[in-house]
Design a protein around this ligand. Structure first.
Ligand code: FA5
Length: 377
């Protein structure tokens, strides 16, 4: 009411007596202001929605102080009627707004109370005994989830951010933007599961995490330093080293002046940070349509520490994934100028990493939910 009431103190007021025995416009305006202040206090102090409803009727209803003040208007001069009428309307509007805010607050409290009342306690104590007397252990994160969390922590400590993308992708993100136009022979590197959506073979379950690179570069200007973990799908027959549903983590760096040396150095730094001191990496030439040059990267066999064992076929090295410098065609697909920026990408299997790290002979056991296996990690 500040604006209106200060105007009132300087404006000329007619000295009339209203139907309620109120004298003068200045007094009417003061009463409007008082009604508003008392109303705001009453609303702020309403402890429940029921109290708020009662306060609403009292403050804004037909018998409210503001409604009564309105009845005095007819005794005023036209100018003063306008002045006081405006003040009453303003006060009403402020009370309505205060009422809405308070209602939202009380509704939130009611909702939280209802949720609390409905809450189901799904946690188990560390050890419980079932009615039949069997001792049950509390569950914990699956080995693959633990490995993914550890990988994220390692890359975050190296300055990377973590991004995610959709598992159902269009052909554009999984293939075309990654420099694999329709009928490109490299598409055969990934046995793809298509979804019956849209035109045939246009929507699919992503075969790798590389499409998240495209989403990221579309949405973020360089510099980009990100890793992208997630679930992938391939029409691979399950065997000791393959699952049709598995996990990868992708890495992408785009900045000015990024070189192949940065790629090799980053992989080496990661290898040491994740596997521990004395563990190293090496790159072997390879081919991926979205990187040029491309490489497979290998790390010291975590089982034998490089001495040679059955897991690494005596070589002392274990292949982890693919990597390379981002192909200029990929930059073109997302509108990044390859003259200004360069970058590298890498990607490897999280399940495969867990497998080699823990010497798990057959990867299929990761999906068996056999507690004798799961509880070892
Ligand atoms: C790729 O998927 C590329 N997108 C990797 C990449 C990213 C290269 C960025 C260059 C730049 P590849 O098909 O080789 O590459 O798969 C990478 C890793 O995923 C494999 O080394 C393996 O660890 C894991 N992997 C692939 N298929 C399966 C599967 N069926 N089950 C479990 N792990 C798998």
């Amino acid at each position: 009411m500040s604006g209106t009431s200060s105007t009132s103190s300087t404006s000329s007021t007619s000295d009339i007596t209203g139907t309620n025995g109120i004298k003068g416009t200045a007094e009417l305006l003061a009463r409007v202001e008082a009604a508003q202040q008392q109303g705001e206090q009453a609303l702020a102090g309403a402890p429940t929605t029921a109290d708020l409803k009662a306060a609403e009727a009292e403050l804004l209803g037909r018998k409210s102080a503001l409604a009564q003040l309105n009845t005095c208007l007819r005794d005023l001069t036209p100018e003063d009627r306008k002045l006081v009428g405006q003040a009453v309307n303003d006060a009403r509007a402020k009370l309505i707004s205060a009422l809405a805010n308070k209602k939202a607050d009380l509704d939130a409290v009611d909702r939280a109370r209802a949720l609390q009342a409905d809450r189901l306690d799904l946690t188990e104590s560390l050890r419980t005994t079932s009615p039949s007397g069997v001792i049950q252990d509390r569950g914990h994160l699956h080995l693959v989830t633990q490995t993914r969390d550890e990988l994220e922590d390692t890359f975050v400590a190296m300055g990377f951010s973590v991004a995610e993308g959709p598992e159902a992708e269009t052909d554009w993100y999984n293939f075309e933007a990654l420099n694999m136009p329709p009928a490109h022979p490299a598409r055969g590197m990934w046995d793809t599961l298509y979804l019956k959506l849209g035109a045939p073979e246009t929507v699919l379950l992503r075969t790798h995490t590389s499409p998240v690179q495209i989403h990221l570069m579309e949405n973020q200007k360089p510099p980009i330093y990100a890793v992208m973990p997630g679930r992938c799908y391939r029409r691979d027959t399950p065997d000791a080293r393959h699952l049709p549903v598995f996990h990868q983590i992708e890495g992408l760096v785009v900045d000015r002046g990024i070189t192949f040396g940065d790629l090799a150095g980053t992989i080496e730094a990661f290898t040491e940070a994740f596997f521990g001191p004395g563990m190293h990496s090496r790159l072997r030439p390879s081919y991926f349509p979205f990187t040029e040059p491309s490489a497979e990267f290998e790390v010291t066999c975590p089982i034998c520490g490089g001495d040679g064992c059955r897991t690494c076929s005596g070589s002392g090295w274990i292949e982890l994934g693919g990597c390379g410098m981002v192909d200029p065609e990929v930059f073109a697909a997302v509108g990044i100028d390859p003259e200004e920026y360069s970058g590298f990408a890498f990607g490897f299997g999280i399940d495969r990493l867990a497998q080699v790290r823990h010497g798990i002979e057959d990867m299929r056991i990761l999906l068996d939910n056999d507690l004798r296996f799961i509880s070892q990690f």
